[in-house]
Design a protein around this ligand. Structure first.
Ligand SMILES: Nc1ncnc2c1ncn2[C@@H]1O[C@H](COP(=O)(O)OP(=O)(O)OP(=O)(O)O)[C@@H](O)[C@H]1O
Ligand SMILES: O=C(O)c1ccc[n+]([C@@H]2O[C@H](COP(=O)([O-])O)[C@@H](O)[C@H]2O)c1
Length: 198
């Protein structure tokens, strides 16, 4: 990974995504992660290819990286191609590589509520919860099912209340929370379909 190395003890949020294209909700949940979790930085991991998504309609990685770079966002958000550098499309693999490369960094995985419902389909999904802290962001239409999902039930004993979200950084994995911030009804799908511009 190029650029400045995170200092010892840094708290870094990881927002993995297709960013096909990037939009305002990605910026919004990144800002909320910085504020509510007290993170030092958020890294966007632009996925080479989500293993569960169709390759048809997936713009080339360079185009999606450009979209992530060009959208206005918080100065503490960094756009990265870490997954293509470590040749991983599976989050569990990416996280174990990141922990090897940056053993001094405290990582939190960030994702929207849709992905909390879907995560049991991911490779080695329970390892993800056991490796890093997880913060889930409420999303219009998905939050109720996410709160009762298989993953939420499996890890219910280590769920941290939203009021204590900031304490995630002092905890060891597994520990996770759901943050109900400003919820934006925006998706890359709607933008690709011409239903929205942002
Ligand atoms: N409106 C939103 N609210 C909360 N989280 C979101 C929102 N949009 C995207 N996310 C989260 O950001 C991460 C990256 O999302 P992604 O790039 O797939 O965007 P998307 O809008 O969900 O895309 P698509 O419509 O193509 O599936 C995922 O964890 C996703 O859940
Ligand atoms: O590891 C997996 O099996 C896996 C399956 C589906 C999605 N993911 C990751 O989930 C993140 C969000 O993906 P997306 O396409 O919803 O933005 C992104 O980092 C993907 O690589 C990971």
């Amino acid at each position: 990974m190029g650029g400045r190395l995170p200092p010892k003890g840094s708290k870094v949020g990881l927002l993995g995504g297709s960013f096909n294209p990037a939009h305002k909700a990605h910026c919004q949940i990144s800002k909320e992660a910085l504020v509510h979790l007290g993170l030092d930085e958020v890294w966007w991991l632009v996925s080479p290819q989500n293993p569960l998504k169709d390759t048809k309609g997936m713009a080339p990685l360079a185009e999606r990286v450009n979209s992530a770079l060009s959208i206005p966002k918080h100065p503490k958000v960094r756009v990265t191609t870490i997954e293509s550098q470590v040749r991983s499309v599976y989050t569990a693999d990416t996280l174990s590589r990141l922990k090897q490369i940056f053993p001094w960094v405290d990582f939190t995985w960030l994702m929207g509520a849709d992905n909390l419902s879907q995560i049991p389909l991911w490779r080695d999904w329970q390892d993800i919860f056991n490796t890093v802290k997880v913060a889930v962001f409420a999303r219009p239409g998905y939050s109720l099912q996410a709160a009762n999902s298989k993953a939420a039930r499996r890890f219910r004993n280590v769920r941290v209340s939203e009021k204590l979200a900031r304490s995630l950084s002092t905890r060891v994995a597994p520990a996770w929370t759901i943050i109900h911030g400003q919820q934006l009804d925006i998706s890359s799908t709607a933008i690709r379909n011409g239903k929205r511009k942002d």
